[in-house]
Design a protein around this ligand. Structure first.
Ligand code: UDP
Ligand code: MG
Length: 319
């Protein structure tokens, strides 16, 4: 099986409740293409029986390959490892929980055959997700769009097909706090969309609690924009202008009128307001400095403890 046409990358983290079902649906779709393919599962440090189920399935189906991480490195890193190991001419990234319908892969393949290098799946609706998640996601994609100069498609997750050449370019991008969908846009090439309605999670629960969503959003913005840093500049300029005008007013009152200026409350309010802004801007700087620190340490992006059914496996630790 050297000439693989399609590689499917499936990151899994504690997905024992869905994984078998996902495998079956993927298999039906991929078999229907009558081409060679591999199902590349990246086990992102699952603590349940996910890997055992996969290994068991692998005994009867040699399309199944497993990259087993030494611990949980996160969804974006898992996808990245998938791209490092994928051998196919077209590589498809899909979630394990069946929120991304495997059947859409066929539509993506059609577009790819028509000459597109990246086919991303754009959500027209999201079922079974909370009002809060939908609203924050919508807000995030729009903020990101306003903040960055490169075209990152709105309402689009990592569910997408990429051509081999895009995948190879992605392997040259080594940054640590990754926002993969943004990087794929950054790499460029001919891109297009297919639309779909995002289903509910088939079983189990989300592995993206609010804290991780926030981290991903900040990664997205800081990886592609300096604008948050510039905000400090603009805010500073605006506030000093206001301060200067107010100074003139105060001087005038002092010199030419008899109005007494009482001040305790206003000073406290101003003091709190400005300390807040200064600390916040320090925090923004901290986000960037922390990321520089991560890059400077130059640790491997992930550590693989085991691979299963992956041929000529030369990389155990990939940076
Ligand atoms: N995932 C992962 N590592 C993590 C978190 C999630 O590999 O640390 C996988 C998870 O198994 C799933 C995909 O990433 O296949 C998307 O996660 P999830 O469905 O929980 O996110 P949501 O759809 O709720 O945003
Ligand atoms: Mg999901």
């Amino acid at each position: 099986m050297d000439n693989i046409k399609y590689s499917i990358i499936i990151p899994v983290f504690n997905e024992e409740q869905v994984i078998e079902h996902t495998y079956e649906r993927l298999k039906i779709v991929l078999d229907s293409t009558a081409e060679t393919y591999e199902l590349l599962f990246i086990n992102d440090g699952s603590r349940d029986s996910t890997v055992d189920i996969l290994k068991h399935l692998g005994k009867t189906d040699n399309h199944i390959k497993i990259i087993d991480f030494s611990r949980n490195f996160g969804h974006q890193i898992a996808i990245t490892a998938g791209m490092d190991y994928a051998k196919g001419d077209a590589i498809i990234i899909i979630d394990a929980d069946l929120q991304d319908p495997p059947e859409l892969i066929l539509e993506m393949i059609e577009k790819w055959k028509n000459g597109y290098d990246v086919v991303y799946a754009k959500r027209t609706a999201r079922k079974g997700e909370t009002f809060f998640k939908k609203q924050t996601a919508a807000l995030f994609y729009r903020t990101l769009r306003a903040m960055t100069d490169i075209e990152i498609p709105i309402d689009t997750g990592d569910f997408r097909l990429i051509d081999r050449k895009v995948c190879e370019q992605m392997q040259n991008v080594h940054e640590r706090n990754r926002f993969v969908r943004g990087l794929v846009s950054w790499v460029g090439f001919k891109q297009t969309a297919v639309e779909y309605e995002r289903d509910e999670r088939y079983a189990g629960e989300t592995k993206y609690p609010l804290k991780r969503m926030l981290k991903l959003s900040i990664d997205g913005i800081t990886s592609f924009s300096y604008k948050p840093l510039k905000i400090a500049n603009y805010l500073g300029a605006a506030l000093s202008t206001i301060g200067f005008i107010y100074m003139l007013v105060v001087l005038y009152q002092k010199l030419f009128t008899t109005t007494t200026i009482t001040g305790w409350s206003s000073i406290i309010v101003i003091q709190l307001f400005f300390s807040g802004i200064i600390l916040m801007m320090l925090g923004v700087m901290g986000e960037y400095v922390g990321r520089i620190y991560d890059e400077a340490k130059n640790r491997p992006l992930y550590i693989v403890q085991d691979v299963y059914s992956v041929e000529n496996q030369t990389k155990t630790i990939v940076t």
